[in-house]
Design a protein around this ligand. Structure first.
Ligand code: NAG
Ligand code: NAG
Ligand code: NAG
Length: 418
């Protein structure tokens, strides 16, 4: 009897110690520090997973191989078992675009807190995705891609990787700016991917650029760049380690107050002036990783689309077009083939890269737009989708409600959206 009691006591003690250890382990591995301040000059030298870990959240890096041999470095704000969401950054940006303000404010963290498994893409050729099975980043040929490849190869590879890793059969996607084109291109060219995206959300689409408010400025910068900066016909634009990128980085150095304020002014002007939403620390963080590299052909395709007012593959000139496409000019991507439920969010009046008219133009080409919503604050600009001070009230809350509605019930969070 006494022996039995001793045993019970021992088992009890051991269990207690074990539980205490387990508890400590849990509290040690998830030490959320939502209010920690991340100085831009430190943000600069941190990779996406390091930024996530800085705040005490689980950050991971994943190498994704595309069909045409590029190796992307995608990142994950990991919530194994949660419903997967893929975030797609804009032109010459990176996965860091979704981590500019910190865990209390960024959409990435807000999704994680509601149980979602958050993944972030990095475009081939940006500072993270610099590898290929047969080429190096230094090869000119590495940069012979247009924006089409982001949708035709990068995005399907990223989605397949997620589905394979998690056992899910579909994802939800959120794109910003040019990143909105990825899912459209993919679904238009590879119809089998329509079933792999449950809901596609676009923030300030830069797919249709016909009525862009910044058109003249874009034309001028493009022609100046090709004439005076790119006289050596470099196929890459602002790639990692290039002199041109160093020049911009010097201009936007967060440690120099004068230069960084000039840089901030410039960013304000490019995004849309006089928004009261600008979080300067967030912009400074963004500028330490922007521009992050792309290709000449990607810019060329965007410029051609801006001029023609269509969303089309890159035109190479008649001879090469005949060889590639069998026509003198490429035909627009068949956007009518996109079956994915699509939600579009845009600024009515102050997004210089995504005008209301262009949002309407795109909406009319799509067949399954389930939401077409303007942001209530009229001066909301292109960057505000990522760093607005009132981002939650103006945009994210509505997006969270929409996502909740589409999420299969067993993956829905019980936490109310207030
Ligand atoms: C890489 O090179 C090998 C050998 O030449 C070739 O078989 C393969 O198709 C290439 N892969 C890609 C993605 O270009
Ligand atoms: C899926 O995962 C398995 C192992 O988990 C791996 O062998 C396979 O190559 C993966 N497929 C793709 C398309 O990533
Ligand atoms: C920005 O301006 C709007 C409209 O005037 C106002 O409602 C909002 O509170 C302001 N936000 C900030 C962060 O100043």
């Amino acid at each position: 009897m006494a022996k039995n009691k001793m045993l019970t006591k021992n088992v009890f003690q051991i269990t207690t110690v074990f539980l205490v250890l387990l508890f400590c382990d849990v509290t040690f591995s998830f030490k959320f520090e939502d209010d920690k301040f991340l100085p831009p000059e430190n943000f600069k030298d941190m990779r996406t997973d390091e930024i996530i870990k800085f705040y005490g959240y689980p950050g991971e890096e994943h190498k994704v191989l595309t069909e045409d041999g590029y190796i992307l470095s995608n990142f994950r704000l990991a919530n194994p078992g949660g419903y997967p969401i893929l975030l797609l950054h804009g032109m010459t940006a990176t996965s860091d675009s979704f981590l500019l303000r910190g865990p209390r404010y960024d959409m990435s963290f807000l999704l994680w807190k509601r149980g979602y498994d958050v993944w972030m893409w990095n475009a081939r050729g940006n500072i993270y995705s610099t590898e290929h099975v047969n080429m190096t980043y230094k090869d000119e040929k590495f940069f012979l891609f247009s924006i089409q490849e982001y949708g035709q190869y990068d995005t399907p590879a990223s989605i397949d990787y997620i589905l394979n890793m998690t056992g899910h059969t579909s994802v939800i996607t959120i794109g910003h700016s040019n990143g909105c084109g990825n899912v459209l291109t993919m679904a238009a060219l590879r119809p089998e991917y329509n079933d792999k995206v449950l809901l596609n959300i676009m923030w300030g689409q830069a797919v249709m650029l016909k009525y862009e408010l910044f058109k003249g400025m874009m034309e001028m910068s493009y022609s100046m760049y090709t004439r005076y900066m790119n006289f050596d016909h470099d196929q890459s634009v602002m790639k990692k380690g290039s002199e041109k990128l160093e020049l911009v980085k010097a201009f936007c150095n967060p440690e120099s107050p004068l230069l960084s304020s000039l840089c901030l002014m410039f960013m304000g002007l490019v995004s849309g002036p006089n928004s009261n939403q600008t979080d300067f620390y967030a912009v400074k963080r963004m500028m330490t990783k922007f521009p992050a590299g792309s290709s000449m052909n990607a810019f060329k395709q965007m410029m051609q689309n801006m001029r023609s007012g269509e969303y089309k593959p890159l035109s190479y000139g008649v001879t090469e077009n005949m060889r590639r496409y069998g026509t003198r000019e490429p035909s627009p991507y068949p956007l009518g083939e996109v079956k994915i439920p699509t939600a579009m969010y845009y600024s009515c009046c102050n997004d210089f890269l995504s005008s209301k008219a262009d949002n309407k133009l795109l909406k009319n080409k799509l067949t399954n737009v389930i939401k077409f919503q303007t942001i209530s604050y009229k001066k909301f600009n292109h960057g505000d989708f990522l760093w607005a001070k009132d981002g939650y009230e103006l945009l994210y809350k509505d997006v969270l409600v929409l996502i909740h509605k589409y999420t299969p019930s067993k993956y829905r969070s019980e936490i109310p959206i207030l």
